[in-house]
Design a protein around this ligand. Structure first.
Ligand SMILES: [Cu+2]
Length: 218
């Protein structure tokens, strides 16, 4: 298994990835639309108002009805694009903040210099390996033992700050079983070992998870 998953690796994309991609694609469309309008208008104006045979054409003419209409149209389109971007960005963020209703598994994560400790509800804890069942909402409650860290899972498009004295939550759900070496890493420069502050993510079938989980229960 490679270090980083490319998107095509996921046959069924996890909801956090779908959420991110749909927002990204919308922003791409809005951006292309804005570019076409702006550059189109620039080219149109450059051609229409170019200096022709003599310099008489340079005289400013009083603005007509069409100029006002164009100004209003520009304002309405600009506000429209910004409004769509704002509303959908807030919706996408809310989606990431609010985990869907259960069944879920809540895991406590401690970041430290330099590694990740994952503690399960039964008290079992592991440094460097996060094993979770497929088709289950996984909620990570994250904090730090020392300095600022940030836990990120790039293949799932989720990230949460690990700050001493504070808790940050994130959730994800994966439908496929998958083994991602170094799938979890630190995104906050936290000292000399930062580059190696990684952990493996294993998504296993639910039955296999239950078997493993009972075997490590105290
Ligand atoms: Cu770090």
């Amino acid at each position: 298994m490679s270090h980083y998953l490319t998107l095509s690796t996921w046959v069924l994309q996890p909801p956090t990835v779908v959420n991110f991609l749909s927002e990204y694609n919308l922003f791409l469309v809005l951006g292309i639309g804005a570019a076409v309008l702006t550059i189109g208008w620039l080219v149109y104006a450059a051609v229409k108002y170019r200096v022709k045979d003599d310099l008489k054409n340079l005289e400013m003419k009083p603005s007509g009805k069409n100029d006002n209409l164009r100004a209003w149209l520009t304002a309405v389109i600009t506000i429209g694009i910004l409004a769509v971007a704002l509303i959908t960005a807030v919706q996408a963020t809310q989606f990431l903040y609010n985990a869907p209703p259960g069944p879920d598994l809540v895991i406590t994560v401690y970041g430290f210099q330099w590694g990740w400790n994952f503690t399960y509800p039964n008290g079992y804890s592991d440094i460097g390996n996060l094993i979770v069942p497929a088709n289950t909402t996984i909620i990570l409650n994250i904090t730090s033992k020392d300095v600022f860290h940030t836990l990120g899972i790039p293949s799932l498009y989720v990230k949460g700050d690990a700050i001493p004295g504070q808790w940050t939550s994130l959730w994800f759900k994966v439908t496929q079983t998958e083994n991602i070496t170094d799938g979890i890493r630190c995104y906050e420069l936290c000292g000399i070992g930062h580059y190696d502050m990684v952990a493996n993510l294993s998504v296993v079938p639910q039955a296999q998870f239950q078997e493993w989980y009972s075997s490590v229960s105290k």
